[in-house]
Write a protein that binds this ligand. Structure first.
Ligand code: TRP
Length: 336
């Protein structure tokens, strides 16, 4: 269809609303990349059930996550945005890849080690263990060359490369060996109440998280109450002034202005004015996104149609890769 390089990424349907950290840390960069790449984005519900989920909530979060990506600017006619479970080939390829993944190799994945240590062996499922192999299947089904992810996913992309190369050398050239594109560290956003830790839905209190779907008045309050320091100077200093530095990064990412120009504008004014300026920038950015998301929530039929059409597009590619793989490993072809 296009000869742009193929790109693949996925996001967990993990909350009812995306937050400012997801928006700046990932979405804005994906939005940019979709004009230079043939981009595939999936809402990874198969991955989500590797930890316990309430079925009704999972369904709702899957819809809402997809809707918010569209609302924020992922264009479902330029990119392919779909729900992972709508394309059965993901689970099918994952099975084949499981059989060429070493037990020790999978055991070395640090995310698995952390999660399973936290949960204990009895509460840890085989699905959680195989999570990175499913992720490899996602990527390899589409011949993706580029995989934009946070640094925490780097090891999973490395595994994907190893599996692709192993399969290719065992069964003949089949997969494209992808490359991780690590998302900008500088775009990492911290909790407004606790600016030493990443903005994350698992924070103890929600008061430092700005949700995309928050009402403007709620956003205003959260920003005005953001933790700062006592020296009163609006300047970037990640170590010494983590609160103000975080707010400067947010301001800069959403306004497209340099941090220096923002520092200059607020020289000598104090934190109140700076925060008011930031409220305006955030609310201006989020208000139309929020409105589009609410419109999509209100019309689930339209959203479902978009997702179905995109799943069809994805399936066509995925099915053809899977057929090749089934052939290579020696499965008997079902006659028609
Ligand atoms: N594991 C990724 C995360 O938690 C999500 C993901 C699933 C993904 N499949 C993917 C990312 C394929 C990139 C490519 O962030």
């Amino acid at each position: 269809m296009t000869n742009l390089p193929r790109l693949y990424s996925g996001m967990q349907p993990s909350a009812d609303s995306l937050h400012l950290g997801n928006y700046i840390g990932a979405l804005l960069q994906w939005k940019e990349l979709q004009s230079t790449h043939d981009a595939f984005f999936s809402v990874v519900d198969l991955h989500a059930i590797t930890v316990a989920q309430d079925p009704a909530e999972l369904r709702e979060k899957t819809r809402r996550t997809a809707a918010q990506y569209i609302a924020a600017g992922i264009d479902p006619s330029a990119s392919t945005l779909y729900v992972q479970s709508h394309v059965p080939a993901h689970a099918q390829l994952a099975w084949v890849l499981n059989t060429i993944t070493g037990f020790g190799e999978a055991s070395r994945m640090t995310q698995f080690k952390d999660k399973s240590a936290r949960q204990g062996a009895e509460a840890t499922s085989v699905g959680l263990f195989a999570y990175p192999v499913l992720m490899a299947a996602d990527i390899l089904l589409y011949d993706a060359e580029v995989v934009p992810v946070g640094d925490d996913q780097r090891q999973h992309v490395e595994l994907t490369r190893d599996l692709a190369e192993r399969f290719n050398s065992r069964y003949g050239d089949t997969f494209v060996v992808p490359q991780a594109m690590i998302l900008k560290e500088s775009a990492r956003i911290y909790d407004l109440q606790n600016p030493e830790s990443k903005m994350s839905k698992s924070a103890e209190s929600g008061s430092g998280i700005v949700w995309l779907l928050d009402e403007p008045e709620v956003t205003r309050k959260k920003i005005m109450r953001a933790v700062t320091d006592t020296d009163g100077v609006v300047s970037f200093d990640r170590q010494g002034k983590p609160g103000i530095s975080n707010l400067l990064v947010i301001y800069s990412a959403l306004s497209g202005r340099s941090i220096e120009s923002i520092e200059l504008e607020y020289e000598g004014t104090g934190y109140g004015d700076f925060k008011k300026g930031l409220v305006e920038v955030v609310v201006d950015e989020f208000a139309p996104v929020r409105q589009r998301a609410l419109d999509l929530f209100a019309d689930p039929g339209e959203l479902d149609r978009i997702l179905a059409a995109n799943a069809d597009r994805a399936s066509e590619i995925a099915e053809s890769t899977l057929a090749k793989v089934y052939d290579r490993v020696g499965f008997l072809r079902r006659s028609r």
